[in-house]
Design a protein around this ligand. Sequence first.
Ligand SMILES: NC(=O)c1ccc[n+]([C@@H]2O[C@H](COP(=O)([O-])OP(=O)(O)OC[C@H]3O[C@@H](n4cnc5c(N)ncnc54)[C@H](O)[C@@H]3O)[C@@H](O)[C@H]2O)c1
Length: 423
Amino acid sequence: MTISLNEPQSDGAAALDLDVCVVGLGYVGLPTAAVLATRGRRVAGFDLRRDILDTINAGRIHIVEPELDALVRAAVLAGTLRAVAEPVPARTFLICVPTPITSDHRPDLAAVEAASRALVPVLRPGNLVVLESTVPPGTLRDLVAPILRQSGLVVGKDLFVAHAPERVLPGAVLREVVENERIVGGLTDACTDRCATFYEGFVRAEVHRTSAEVAEFTKLAENAYRDVNVAYANELANVSAHLHLDVWEVIRLANRHPRVQILRPGPGVGGHCIAVDPWFIAASAPEHTPLIQAARQVNDGRPERILGQVRGLAGKLRAPTIALLGLSYKPDIDDLRESPALHIAEAVHREALGDVLLVEPHLQSSPIAGCPLVSLDDALARADILAILVAHRDFRRLRSADLLRVMVVDAVGLLAGADNKRV
Ligand SMILES: NC(=O)c1ccc[n+]([C@@H]2O[C@H](COP(=O)([O-])OP(=O)(O)OC[C@H]3O[C@@H](n4cnc5c(N)ncnc54)[C@H](O)[C@@H]3O)[C@@H](O)[C@H]2O)c1
């Protein structure tokens, strides 16, 4: 059966022979859907946001991810990918919805719950439901499975339910979706096997089989590991500032030790994964996570430290122009979610430390009202103070010699020229 792209999906039966229905078309779901759709699968993508559906069905994308636009366009034109406003029957469902934390650092699983409920009416015997979203241990068994059982299907017999946490790196998602090793953990062995077989169909690396709970905790352990290591680098930066030492030199020299590999300090940890997922572990075992919780505090304290440096310089000048270089939460992407750089920029503006110029090559418009988005050259010509907040590739041409006229806060060591490992 061919699928007409622009036909509204009112009746699920029209799409009964779809291979995959992806729930949530964001940074994880859309690339995954596009990769599957360009590898011979017939894919529907379901999202709550009408604007996203319209964009995708027009063959365009709403996020910045290298080469994704061409892939989505090709899949939509070929008729193997379309975005739909409600879930449709398919053989396999991939849940890729957000899993943020609440203001008091508790897991917010509302989207996972809603997505699971939305699938119940379209589930058929033999279906595989995979939760790709990052979740606290026990979520698949205690939250998702009871909802899916409302379909009347028996898990492990005629419905297969598993967790396959996503590990992709924004900016390299299309490569990593197929090249990263995967961990799959089902609610039963049969669920695990069905899920592993699905991923082995397009992943070129090893697919590891385990339980749902181990898969859930392993993903969290990976991101907490990153967070703790970044916190160590950030704490060294705090200590170095206190002792008036150059942290970049300290780290560069320490990393000449054959068994030391310290990461780079920065303005904090942002995004929706590394700054969030450690809290899922902490919420599961508050008494047993002093290190993980301390790391979160160190990293969350970094924007205030960088802001303090900007305040210090601004206090030396009358009505300075302050250029903030980079707003995304990591280099070479457009993603502003929980970005420490954005928090710093907002605070510089809020505190009226000076006229604020924003340099963010990955954005088309300024995210802060009253702060214009300008080019790097414009900022270099106009700013009295320059705060480098993200090590974007576009900024790497900067040399100390270009900056003799301005005062600089280099939160990411861009000018240090160190050979430290990038975070
Ligand atoms: N982005 C990454 O690099 C990355 C990497 C690994 C894991 N993850 C995890 O993957 C999951 C998804 O992350 P993301 O970055 O793709 O999120 P995202 O916010 O970019 O995309 C999620 C999409 O889901 C949609 N959505 C929300 N609730 C929905 C619902 N009930 N039904 C249908 N659609 C719904 C949203 O509109 C949005 O388009 C999260 O658990 C995240 O922690 C993300």
